[in-house]
Design a protein. Structure first.
Length: 143
């Protein structure tokens, strides 16, 4: 994927995930857990976790873009695995800090991964389109 196209896809994935997260938070308006003193302050609604959702959308989209540039299957698996690991650590940190319920994080991961999947499909189709030679149809002289 060319540089400008990759940047556009990444910005659209992150920007769209941010807007979707805000809309979902406004729709559900779930209170944050009060089980323990929060190790970090948060003022927005709890469901879904914005950190979990946007990190999933961002890191998985980056992995998808980078994986499409690699010929080695092992490197592609490594890139996607690394994105999943970072995303999981970010989500788990939100539970550890006491600012989200586990269901908030799971919903954030799910929505972010689904959002990233949409952009993976877009990048995949764009890559296939570039690889497929265009056929020109010629009119018959008699027809």
């Amino acid at each position: 994927m060319p540089g400008a196209g990759a940047r556009f896809i990444l910005l659209a994935a992150i920007g769209g995930a941010s807007l979707l997260n805000t809309a979902l938070k406004l729709s559900f308006h779930r209170e944050r857990p009060e089980i323990t003193a929060h190790l970090a302050q948060s003022w927005s609604a709890s469901f879904p976790s914005g950190h979990a959702m946007i990190s999933a959308a961002a890191y998985m989209t980056i992995a998808a873009i980078l994986a499409q540039t690699q010929t080695s299957k092992a490197v592609r698996i490594y890139l996607v695995s690394l994105a999943v690991l970072v995303t999981m650590l970010i989500g788990l940190s939100r539970i550890y800090l006491g600012v989200h319920w586990p269901s908030d994080v799971a919903a954030g991961w799910s929505a972010g991964a689904a959002w990233a999947l949409c952009f993976w499909i877009i990048t995949r189709k764009a890559a296939l389109k570039r690889r497929t030679p265009r056929r020109r149809f010629q009119k018959d002289a008699g027809g």
